[in-house]
Design a protein around this ligand. Structure first.
Ligand code: FRU
Length: 488
């Protein structure tokens, strides 16, 4: 692997020299250059947070998957590390696909999918996927140990292992597609995490499966406790779901099923698949536990097969902010809020006085830098719509006609135009905590009741930020914002 790692590093360094800045994030983790997709192997290990990611260091396009790597003390400021895994062994010839990490007895274990095209490159109808392990003593250099779990009979798409320890055993969920092309998550267990030359037990259970005949694959499963009461969330990213009205508009989605599980009982699901985020760009999140016991998750902030204007700058893909996940038992759903450490990015605080806008716009900033905004609006308004404009291409607003919260992008020069929206939360007020980076916006509504993550692509000279209300008046009850510092 050493030689392949050296080649990838040389390619990455060359690409980084050409990498553009206009869209490159100031406070979100992205590869130094080249392509990034799923977060992989998020873990706290020997005093540091590690984030790995699906990475193609040779170009801004998806290609043979490597694992990029970064470390952090606070999950906000990241330091790039050497590429951790490069494909090319017999069992991962075509790529080191997604997976997870485990810190165990001082060593760092990566569980990933060895991917192999059996016919032509890119031909998904003939592949071999198996779960593999790589181990590190120093947390930086990894030794591949090969396959520890081949696919069960009848499964060809079998990927994205997430491993954890519970009640004396090691557990693994894997995303799968059964013989009838239906998405599933399979559950395996083993007494030991890894033993040289030994494989995991091949017995498995189907932890969950689709009830939507169009859904042919469940990718990137994550399964974790959300209460002290055997309540678990199964988070995964289904492929094939059709758009229904305002819902499931992204090519693929990510959501959760909530239920009851213990090693002795099947997963008993309460309620329906609920999307975790409602923006244009959110996929394949992975969670981990922090040093102080919080459940934190990061997702890929981009979407398969969507226009990615950052590619003109020789990079693509970034993570969302790390988000703390909590269970809202009454609503039977997960809530995500930015981890408290994001406050370390804040520079000077600016307040916006309470104000009523009557069919007008109030300019806050031009050439908007990276900022965090905290806005509370009254929902008692007759305006047609009110909210925020960023340049001519991005609107974030309450639509009083449809009674929905909307994020709308319009960048025809990149073939990007359209909106994502949800019904307006119930209440007299709405609180919006908004993070704006150079090409991304994340909106947390009412402390995580809803979240929207979207990429946007404003020209450098079209970055005015305004509050607005059209065709009537709307009241901003309280507002504040901070410019944010750069993480690298
Ligand atoms: C999800 C995914 C995974 C796979 C990886 C390949 O985005 O398709 O299922 O492991 O990306 O890069």
């Amino acid at each position: 692997m050493k030689q392949r790692l050296e080649q990838s590093t040389t390619a990455l360094n060359a690409l980084q020299k050409k990498r553009g800045e206009q869209f490159y994030p100031q406070f979100h983790l992205a590869a130094p250059a080249g392509w990034l997709n799923d977060p992989n192997g998020l873990v706290y290990h020997n005093g540091l947070y590690h984030a790995f990611y699906q990475h193609h260091p040779f170009s801004e396009l998806w290609g043979p998957m490597h694992w990029g790597h970064a470390t952090s003390k606070d999950m906000i400021h990241w330091q790039h590390q050497p590429i951790a895994l490069a494909p090319g062994n017999e069992y991962d010839k075509s790529g080191c696909f997604s997976g997870s990490a485990v810190s165990h007895e001082g060593k760092l274990y990566l569980f990933y999918t060895g991917h192999n095209w059996l016919a032509e490159e890119g031909d998904d109808s003939q592949i071999y996927q198996a779960q593999c392990v790589a181990v590190s003593e120093d947390g930086i250099h990894f030794e591949k140990k090969g396959i520890i779990l081949p696919p069960p009979q009848g499964y060809m798409h079998f990927r994205d292992p997430k491993v954890w320890f519970q009640e004396g055993k090691w557990w693994m969920v894997v995303g799968a597609r059964d013989e009838k092309d239906q998405g599933q998550v399979l559950l395996f267990s083993n007494d030991t995490l890894f033993e040289e030359g030994k494989q995991w037990r091949s017995e498995y259970k189907v932890l969950g499966k689709t009830d939507d005949k169009n859904v042919y694959m469940w990718e990137c499963p994550d399964f974790f406790p959300i209460s002290d009461d055997n309540e678990f969330a199964l988070v995964f990213s289904p492929q094939g779901k059709r758009a229904e009205g305002y819902q499931y508009r992204n090519l693929f989605q990510t959501g959760a099923l909530i239920g009851q599980w213990s090693p002795k009982q099947p997963f008993i699901i309460h309620g329906h698949f609920t999307e975790l985020d409602n923006g244009h760009d959110y996929y394949a999140p992975q969670s981990f536990v922090t040093a102080d016991g919080r459940r934190v998750s990061m997702g890929w902030m981009d979407m398969w097969n969507s226009p990615m204007p950052s590619q003109q700058e020789f990079w693509a893909g970034c993570f969302t902010l790390p988000r703390e996940i909590n269970f809202d038992k009454r609503a039977n759903r997960l809530r995500m809020t930015p981890i408290k450490e994001v406050e370390s990015l804040r520079q000077t605080r600016n307040t916006i006085e309470m104000t009523t806008l009557n069919n007008q716009a109030l300019k806050l900033l031009d050439k908007t830098p990276a900022i965090e905004l905290n806005l509370t609006w009254s929902l008692d308004s007759q305006a047609e719509k009110f909210g925020l404009w960023l340049g001519k291409g991005l609107e974030v607003f309450v639509d009083n006609q449809s009674n929905r919260f909307v994020i709308r992008r319009h960048y025809p020069q990149y073939n990007i135009s359209g909106s994502r929206s949800t019904p307006l939360p119930v209440g007299c007020e709405i609180n919006l905590r908004i993070f704006i980076d150079r090409s991304s916006i994340e909106v947390f509504i009412n402390h995580g009741e809803l979240t929207f993550s979207s990429r946007y692509y404003a020209d450098e000279n079209d970055r005015d930020l305004s509050l607005f209300a059209t065709d009537g008046s709307a009241t901003l009850i309280a507002g504040e914002y901070w410019t944010l510092s750069t993480i690298s």
